[in-house]
Design a protein around this ligand. Structure first.
Ligand code: ADP
Length: 515
């Protein structure tokens, strides 16, 4: 495949040749026209000169032609000897035509032509009007290959003479345009070649920064050099923009690659620990010296680890599908107050086990258009986190409050260990945990995926998840969701909005994607 530089040069060469051709043709045509004009003027001068001689002879009373009566054959105009004597001394290519359109006299140059050529000249001379000119091709090249004829007329030339047609060979005039074409043909290869070389060099100069950019990009795209950036400054505005765009893309790629690497490493690490425990448990229970009660303990632990791994794989699958945007959310109108009360029952049991008091101020209610199971999962994630990270004797408070007409906020506040300001920006990252060791060893240690999934659920419902926390003082997680629009039906009572109905009926499993 030819490079852009070569293609540009070739395109330039084609355009140049075309331009030169068009220029050459128009120049040749203009030159030829002007040469013909000049020739016509000179031929007219010859005819005028002969007419002048005839006129003077008429004034001097010379008899140049007479009418011969041929009886039944009619009358005919005949030249006199005086006409021949008058004009023979004047060289040139001309004929004198009588008033009936017949040839009265032809100059010696015309008489020397082949009879065919004479015939052709006379035919054209006969039909040629005054001040027009025409070209006649001759077969006898001993004279000239072509003559340009022009006619002049003068009433003072007498009653028998109508006009004088004079001619000049065109070869001299044809020579100028031919010379021009010859010169152009001789020069054009040099001009085209020189122009192509210059165009190629200029294109090369213009494309050098692009080539440098390609080399730089090639050096970076090997996967390990994503931290490198392209030089931002270029003399060319387009290239500066291109490098800025590429640098932004590289930054995003670097971030994504890093996240992917971390994600794979974390996922493998999280799976490795339960697998090791599982293996040890199975080995222990298979050992012949293991007592039956010890075997039961080992198998129970193995079961727990299997459940833990299943949880992890389930979470990973949820996030992977959410990333791909192909996770189906079954949308339906969901009343939030009953849902929160349902979740509260689980929270109360968990809270009692953990020695915490669960506070619930009066709950407000609103309908949202969402996936009941996912919303339940979201609320439970936040509540179990608060219970997990609040020491015995602490307090967890759940609230559900309307925020204006369009939003409703579900909040979980605890008096737990809190999150440091440094950690706060990371808590929604996958596998991130403030204290990995403690999370793992504690009874309900998580994988650090719960908040990532919670954030995805909130975003898929068009809401937002915010957190406020102080280390050692507690945390507040707030989910804000848009309230489903409700319209009044014609009977005056509140009814479901048509948009809501259509969403529930026909569009119930359309995707919410985590943007
Ligand atoms: P995990 O399963 O480990 O709880 P999450 O994604 O739910 O994973 O939470 C990520 C991390 O955020 C937790 O490991 C914990 O360090 C911190 N965190 C979450 N909720 C709270 C909370 N209510 N109080 C203190 N820290 C919390």
């Amino acid at each position: 495949m030819a490079s852009t530089r070569t293609r540009l040069t070739v395109a330039y060469g084609i355009v140049l040749c075309g331009t030169m051709l068009a220029f050459g043709v128009s120049l040749w045509y203009a030159r030829k026209e002007s040469a013909d004009q000049q020739l016509g003027i000179h031929a007219s001068a010859v005819a005028e000169r002969i007419l002048g001689i005839i006129r003077q002879a008429q004034w001097a009373g010379k008899r140049l032609a007479y009418v011969q009566d041929n009886g039944e054959l009619g009358k005919e105009i005949k030249p006199t000897q005086q006409l021949a004597e008058l004009l023979d001394p004047f060289s040139g290519f001309y004929v004198v035509i009588d008033s009936t359109g017949k040839l009265l006299y032809s100059s010696q140059a015309v008489r020397l032509l082949e009879p065919d050529d004479q015939e052709r000249v006379l035919q054209v001379a006969d039909s040629l009007g005054p001040n027009f000119f025409a070209k006649v091709a001759l077969s006898d090249t001993s004279f000239q290959s072509r003559v340009l004829l022009t006619a002049r007329r003068d009433p003072a030339a007498g009653p028998y003479i109508s006009r004088v047609v004079a001619g000049l060979p065109t070869d001299a005039a044809d020579l100028a345009p031919q010379l021009l074409i010859g010169t152009m043909l001789a020069l054009s290869p040099i001009v085209v070649l020189l122009s192509l070389v210059v165009a190629y060099l200029i294109a090369g100069r213009a494309f050098r920064p692009v080539e440098e950019l390609i080399n730089d990009v090639e050096a970076i795209t090997d996967g390990r050099s994503l931290h490198r950036r392209l030089p931002a400054e270029h003399s060319n505005e387009e290239l500066t923009r291109l490098t800025a765009t590429l640098n932004a893309m590289l930054a995003r790629l670097e971030h994504s690659f890093g996240a992917l690497r971390r994600f794979t490493a974390d996922a493998s690490h999280e799976l490795k620990t339960p697998l090791t425990v599982l293996r040890a448990d199975v080995e222990r229970s298979m050992h012949p010296s293991t007592r039956p009660d010890e075997r039961m303990v080992a198998l129970e632990e193995a079961l727990q680890e299997t459940a833990r791994m299943a949880d992890l794989v389930d979470s990973l699958l949820t996030l992977a599908r959410a990333d791909e945007g192909r996770f189906d959310l079954f949308r339906e109108p969901v009343e939030l107050e009953p849902l929160v009360r349902e979740v509260l029952e689980t929270a109360t049991i968990l809270g009692e086990e953990a020695g915490l008091s669960i506070e619930v101020p009066p709950l407000e209610n609103a309908m949202v258009l969402g996936d009941r199971t996912r919303l339940r999962q979201l609320f439970l994630n936040l509540i179990t986190n608060s219970i997990k990270y609040t020491p015995r004797g602490g307090q967890v408070e759940l609230s559900l409050m309307r925020r204006g007409h369009d939003e409703i906020a579900f909040a979980v506040r605890d008096t737990g260990i809190g999150i440091s300001a440094n950690d706060l920006p990371h808590i929604f990252e996958r596998f991130w945990r403030a204290d990995r060791v403690r999370s793992r060893s504690s009874e309900r240690g998580g994988f650090g995926l719960g908040l990532s999934i919670s954030q995805w659920i909130v975003q898929a419902h068009g809401g937002s998840l915010t957190v406020a926390s102080r280390l050692g003082r507690g945390s507040l997680f707030t989910v804000t969701l848009p309230v489903a629009p409700v319209a009044t039906n014609p009977s005056g009572s509140a009814g479901t909005h048509p948009q809501l109905e259509s969403a529930v009926k026909g569009d119930s499993n359309s995707d919410f994607t985590n943007s």
